[in-house]
Design a protein around this ligand. Structure first.
Ligand code: TXA
Ligand code: MG
Length: 312
């Protein structure tokens, strides 16, 4: 097996149709050559993801993205302001777009992103192809923010797991769609809505709970730990583990951020859910998290994690 962080070997594996898990600034991605139908299909298979959910296509530069999709002036504004970074932009596919239609789940649109992790960028440059990369976890489970999380579930299903340490952002990219009249925020994520609106100079519509699930983040239950979650809890009840927000508390070792910072809380969210879940506790009570800035993305993930589970 190739050395731990051998980018050339990882790129080769991708070009040959293999899967490579790699770090991004948001979460670890399960990467496959976006132009290879069979490779894209194996992503859905490994994740156990319902096939109507389209995937995000990762590229190494805004220029590469502009060749794959048709960007309006406003879409370009966001690309130029936030890439590389935790924003995905949905636009109509370019007429000659070589990306597998399976990656777009049959839609005539494409979601594009330039990630801000140096190892991800090195890998994308070396592959010289667009790479689909959903979060590297089985569908419906917590997204991985460290290589350990990935190895736990997917070790024997991928050619390689690149180790880039812990993810700084810790929640997935924000997704903005430009398919209708104006921009629509269809998934809360690493770029707070207020920053997107500031860059555009106007408000964006928020449609994160569309009835038609053209986004996996829009399935009601998602990002779920094994344990049940109880939200906005001021403290634990009998039998519950407690995940706080703010200074350490008397109910155990877990807090999203001792200093009450939302950026730190986002970075810790999935890791702590994994950690508490691993103790085998049946219920996790989670402290209230302020609903501004990255708090919107955190609360969104918590609500989905707490939602009634879909039938398997
Ligand atoms: O942070 C991230 O974005 C991570 C890392 C690995 O980069 N990737 C990720 O990819 O979360 P994925 O495939 O799990 O995200 C899929 C999301 C859906 O929730 C949906 O919002 C959006 O991408 N999406 C993708 N293609 C779309 C399309 N054609 N139309 C609408 N939404 C689309
Ligand atoms: Mg995911």
């Amino acid at each position: 097996m190739a050395a731990h962080n051998d980018i050339a070997a990882a790129a080769q594996a991708l070009r040959e149709g293999g899967l490579v898990a790699f770090p991004t600034e948001t979460v670890y991605g399960l990467g496959a050559d976006a132009t290879n139908n069979a490779a894209v299909a194996s992503v859905y298979a490994v994740k156990g993801r319902p096939s109507f959910n389209p995937l995000i296509v990762h590229v190494d530069s805004a220029e590469a993205a502009f060749r794959l999709g048709q960007f309006s002036a406003e879409a370009r504004t966001l690309a130029e302001r936030f890439w590389p970074g935790p924003l995905s932009i949905v636009v109509p596919r370019a007429p000659d777009c070589p990306v597998s239609l399976l990656a777009s789940a049959g839609l005539d649109s494409i979601a594009l992103r330039v990630p801000a992790h140096p190892m991800a960028l090195d890998l994308l440059k070396a592959v010289e192809r667009p790479v689909v990369a959903p979060s590297a976890n089985p569908s419906g489970r917590i997204s991985p923010t460290s290589p350990d999380h990935v190895r736990r579930h997917l070790r024997d299903k991928v050619a390689m797991v690149l180790d880039g340490g812990r993810c700084k952002v810790g929640v997935e990219s924000s997704v903005v769609s430009f398919l209708e009249d104006g921009p629509r925020l269809i998934r809360h994520g690493g770029i707070p809505r207020a920053e997107i609106e500031k860059a555009l100079g106007h408000a964006v519509a928020v449609e994160t709970h569309a009835v038609r699930p053209h986004a996996p983040g829009q399935l009601t239950s998602h990002y779920a730990p094994r344990a049940e979650l109880r939200l906005n809890a001021e403290g634990p009840r009998a039998g519950e583990a407690y995940l706080g927000f703010g200074p350490l508390h008397s109910h155990g070792p877990w807090t999203l951020s001792r200093t009450g910072e939302l950026v730190e809380a986002a970075a810790n969210l999935f890791r702590l859910l994994h950690e508490i879940d691993a103790t085998g506790v049946a219920r996790i009570a989670v402290a209230p998290v302020p609903h501004h800035g990255l708090g919107e993305a955190i609360n969104d993930r918590l609500m989905r994690a707490a939602a009634p589970r879909e039938p398997a």
